[in-house]
Design a binder for this molecule. Structure first.
Ligand code: UD1
Length: 421
């Protein structure tokens, strides 16, 4: 298993953000809604994308993935089972359920199960599909959905932690081929959901209300193939902003969508950063302060501060002057990185969904263990910001979601090497 060797670094220069993983995955699942060819551009080359390719191949699609362009060839298929061996490695595969039951009348998708960032139920997905008329059976670790004809309905998708990104995606993808009109209330407003809606509209779907919690979907008999470009990865962009702050380095971020990063800019500015956005080139210039100011962060559904950047920004707060509070409102147990940061000399106390961070002058390198995708990005940032050397194990997590992370960081001048353990 590979490890990263990381040491204190000053970053400078320009980094280009890749296409969004979280936008790509549901859009790939949406290709199940047509037998025509779909061409999807700006898809990042990542482990999770390869997992979704394997699932689509098992479901009968023929796929070519070259130079970040994914061609999903037309192939009629009646296959409807997404097996546990693949689904267990990536929750997003569960969003094949909606398109499969809508197009092939039957879907059998393994339940994704628990995850290191806490319990991740699928009740909202199931509730939504039942509202559209699907019969659902949960048995032997699989969710089996069947419907001769889905029917438009009124679906409320609010859960105990707010809206759900992938449940919204699943229900939209089922409703586009249902008979009649579906109204979705408390839909997720994440840019990745809006992007899925634009993709489906290009396929011929009739959907109103993207970027809002109220969607109106008029079902169509069939959908066609199309060409589409994936939006930039706002979480990758935010990760580079955190890296810039934690290492006190001035960097320029290229190719991101500033409009998707408002809450992140707001927090970074409160921490003392100066952020300039060039209107023409849309390059985002990050000028970190000499001393980071302590701030309180609450993660919330979009347009709030993303839970997927909580760990990375905790590293910055560990070096701030004063006490900060992070409140995790999406995944109350998503604090696996706290113990690792404390091993580097940080002082973070976690109680339930809260972490109190007492800012320190510096962090010290250590032997570290990555627990999940975003926590591993946080540990890399911590290693770049700490004195001495860090060795980070289980970096296969980071390969799930960051395209060429060490190449991009090296280009910025980071001391980072991938070594065989
Ligand atoms: C997506 C993202 C993930 C991000 C998360 C929250 C993808 C591939 N993944 O995951 O990176 O961290 O959004 O922004 O896009 N919930 C329920 N019942 C359900 C579904 C969810 O209670 O049926 C809860 C979850 O446990 C969580 C909250 O709702 O507390 C939000 O989760 P959700 O938006 O569904 O996350 P994902 O879509 O799985």
């Amino acid at each position: 298993m590979d490890k990263f060797l990381v040491s204190k670094s000053n970053l400078s220069g320009r980094v280009r953000v890749s296409g969004s993983k979280n936008a790509s995955l549901p859009i790939m699942a949406a290709t199940l809604l047509t037998d025509e060819k779909c061409i999807i551009k700006n898809v990042p080359c990542l482990k999770d994308i390869n997992t979704m390719i394997k699932i689509l191949e098992i479901l009968g699609k023929k796929i070519i993935f070259e130079k970040n362009t994914l061609t999903v060839e037309a192939k009629k298929s009646k296959k409807y089972v997404a097996p546990y061996q693949l689904v267990k490695t990536m929750r997003a595969s569960f969003c094949c359920l909606g398109p499969l039951v809508a197009k092939r009348k039957k879907a059998k998708v393994a339940l994704p199960g628990g995850c290191v960032i806490g319990p991740r139920p699928v009740d909202l997905h199931i509730k939504g599909l039942i509202s559209l008329g699907a019969d659902i059976l949960v048995e032997d670790g699989y969710c089996l959905a069947e419907a001769k004809k889905l029917k438009g309905s009124h679906v409320y998708l609010g859960g105990p932690f707010g809206s759900s990104v992938l449940a919204t995606a699943n229900i939209i993808m089922a409703a586009v081929l249902a008979e009649g009109t579906t109204v979705v209330e408390h839909a997720a407003c994440e840019p990745e959901v809006a992007s899925l809606i634009l993709f489906l509209r290009k396929m011929g779907a009739d959907i109103e209300g993207e970027n809002t919690p109220l969607l109106r979907i008029k079902g169509k008999k069939t959908l066609r193939g199309c060409e589409f470009e994936i939006i930039p990865d706002r979480i990758e962009a935010g990760t580079f902003i955190a890296a810039s702050l934690a290492t006190h380095s001035h960097i320029n971020i290229e190719g991101a969508e500033p409009g998707h990063l408002t809450s992140v800019f707001e927090v970074a500015r409160k921490m003392g950063a100066k952020i300039k956005i060039d209107k023409n080139s849309r390059i985002i210039q990050i000028n970190p302060p000499k001393k980071i100011k302590a701030v309180n962060i609450t993660t919330l559904p979009y347009p709030g501060f993303p839970t997927d950047l909580q760990a990375q920004f905790m590293v910055c707060l560990a070096k701030a002057s004063g006490m900060s509070l992070i409140t995790e409102k999406i995944y109350p147990d998503r604090f696996m990185h706290v113990a690792e940061l404390n091993r580097m000399g940080a002082t973070v106390q976690r109680t339930g969904p809260y972490s109190v961070i007492e800012g320190k002058k510096g962090l010290k390198g250590a032997e570290l263990m990555a627990s999940d995708l975003r926590a591993s990005a946080a540990l890399v940032i911590a290693g770049l910001a700490a004195s001495g050397k860090s060795r980070i194990a289980r970096i296969y997590h980071i390969d799930r979601g960051y395209e060429g992370i060490e190449k991009k960081l090296k280009k910025l001048g980071a001391n980072i090497e991938r070594v065989k353990a």
